[in-house]
Design a protein around this ligand. Structure first.
Ligand code: AMP
Ligand code: MG
Length: 485
């Protein structure tokens, strides 16, 4: 039985002008099976279900709950730097919005629900492989403390889906405080005009930036844009610090509230490689790991350009200037925490940048290095030295680091405890995702559930799960993750 009486249902998005959406009914899939249901998230959202199978029919699009009024959202955006006016939800539907007991808002978005007016040449479907990847990574990000959309449930179906080969269909019920993207504003500005744009801005501010709502108009818009820019900068800084490559940072994949949004060919770095390109089809490396900070800014510029008819140019420039400061502050603060520096020194940036150069030059596993640094007092230098072919390089850096630690006042034990809360032991390596996908494709989901459990506590030692924290096997490095999903 599902108890749904603890949340409140709304359709605020439908108050926007008609051009922002199309009403579409899901096109049902056959033979649905509930693969994962996120009970903890359901509790956060204000409901509970004893029997997740009750939700299978919603997942396959066979049934809607009373009050659901599905729409495909219209947006546009820049893909790989080129403006595309024909975007929009091509395979996902916003079912309704709910407000939980803590007053938090949730958009419910069913991804893979069938074609919409914005599907272009697509079939409106999502495959099991990519739905599992999105479920895993959005939950992993959440537990790492990085803003993200979440996954409420995943349903597989019997319908065959044609990609490079025949695959299994699935749907993912994605939830987020908002599904409004930078691309919504580009659509409004470039196709609908000033009135639609200000309506969208005021809608977004009222629902998601309520602390700005009462400001006079000029301040309200200026501070709002500055805050969106700052959130974007902080998000990308967090990605960089954990070694996350998004892979498709198009402006239609940028959330207006600063969530990690749209999981495609993403990757967490194994061996550190500053220029790593996780998206097989991104031949120019536009979205390589070390370009993400700049691309985040370029996306903010696309958003800013959409504002020229409603904001003075100087306000737009001022808002854009917050990017660099917010990025640098977050990045430096996070990296200081990662290497256990509590007393800030001007020179810290040097030791941090030299560290990145060393990790890059020696292809050192990013996650294991920082975890090894966290446990130096307890486990000694061996876990770090073992990551280097040339151990002298490691020793040299460690000696410099030990010298820097002389300036610190915390005990080594306190430092170790603090560092272990910011340097994950467990991350979603691509090969781990690949293994559970292979199992899922033969109908075995135990390994998926086990991996999800491990990723719920990325900072805990979990001695029983050491295997998940190992270096990837050779076959598991640099897997080609296809963009088709
Ligand atoms: P993405 O690369 O997932 O961000 O998608 C870019 C655009 O293509 C969005 O407008 C999607 O809705 C649309 N799209 C992606 N895959 C499909 C599909 N299989 N069917 C229809 N539209 C799709
Ligand atoms: Mg997208």
């Amino acid at each position: 039985m599902s108890v749904l009486n603890n949340f409140h249902i709304e359709h605020q998005y439908l108050n926007l002008p008609d051009a922002f959406y199309s009403r579409v009914q899901p096109n049902p899939l056959k033979g649905g099976r509930m693969v994962c249901f996120n009970h903890d998230l359901a509790t956060e959202m204000g409901f509970h279900t004893d029997n997740p199978e009750d939700w299978t029919a919603v997942g396959t699009g066979q049934a809607l709950l009373e009050g659901m009024d599905p729409v495909a959202m219209k947006y546009t955006g820049h893909q790989f730097g080129m403006y595309n006016p024909d975007l929009g939800d091509g395979r996902g539907l916003l079912l309704w919005e709910t407000i939980g007991p803590d007053n938090r808002r949730w958009d419910w978005h069913l991804k893979g629900a069938g074609q919409t007016p914005y599907s272009r040449f697509g079939d409106g479907r999502a495959v099991l492989r990519s739905s599992i990847r999105e479920y895993l990574c959005s939950e992993a990000m959440h537990h790492l403390g990085i803003p993200t959309t979440r996954a409420l449930f995943l349903v597989s179906a019997k319908d065959p889906i044609r990609r490079e080969s025949l695959e299994t269909a699935a749907t993912l019920l994605r939830v987020a405080e908002s599904h409004i993207r930078f691309g919504h504003f580009e659509f409004a500005a470039h196709h609908e005009g000033k009135e639609a744009l200000t309506t969208l801005m005021n809608h977004t501010i009222r629902l998601h930036f309520p602390h700005l709502e009462k400001l006079p108009e000029r301040d309200r818009y200026q501070q709002w844009l500055a805050e969106v820019v700052a959130r974007t900068a902080r998000l990308v800084a967090q990605w960089q610090s954990v070694g996350f490559c998004h892979g498709v940072m198009n402006s239609d994949n940028m959330s207006i509230i600063g969530d990690t949004f749209d999981y495609g060919p993403y990757a967490f770095l194994d061996d550190f490689d500053a220029g790593y390109i996780c998206n097989h089809t991104d031949q120019g490396g536009r979205y390589a790991y070390n370009r993400q900070p700049e691309i985040g800014f370029i996306n903010c510029q696309f958003l800013a350009r959409a504002m020229v008819s409603v904001m003075p140019e100087e306000d737009i420039h001022q808002a854009l200037r917050t990017y660099e400061k917010a990025y640098n502050e977050t990045f430096l603060t996070t990296m200081r925490r990662k290497i256990g520096l509590e007393v800030p020194l001007e020179s810290d940036i040097n030791i941090i940048m030299d560290l990145f150069s060393m990790l890059h030059e020696h292809h050192v596993d990013y996650t294991l290095f920082f975890r090894g640094l966290s446990t130096l007092p307890a486990k000694g230098a061996a876990p770090i030295r073992d990551l280097f072919v040339d151990r002298e390089t490691a020793d040299h850096w460690l000696a410099r680091y030990a010298e820097r630690l002389q300036q610190e006042t915390r005990t080594p034990e306190a430092r170790q405890a603090a560092m272990s809360r910011v340097n994950p032991k467990y991350i979603l390596r691509n090969y781990l995702a690949q293994q559970v996908i292979q199992d899922a494709q033969t109908g075995q989901y135990d390994s998926l559930h086990r991996l999800l459990k491990v990723l719920e506590k990325p900072f805990d030692e979990q001695p029983e799960n050491e295997d998940y924290a190992k270096l990837p096997p050779d076959w598991g490095k640099h897997l080609n993750i296809s963009c088709s999903s």
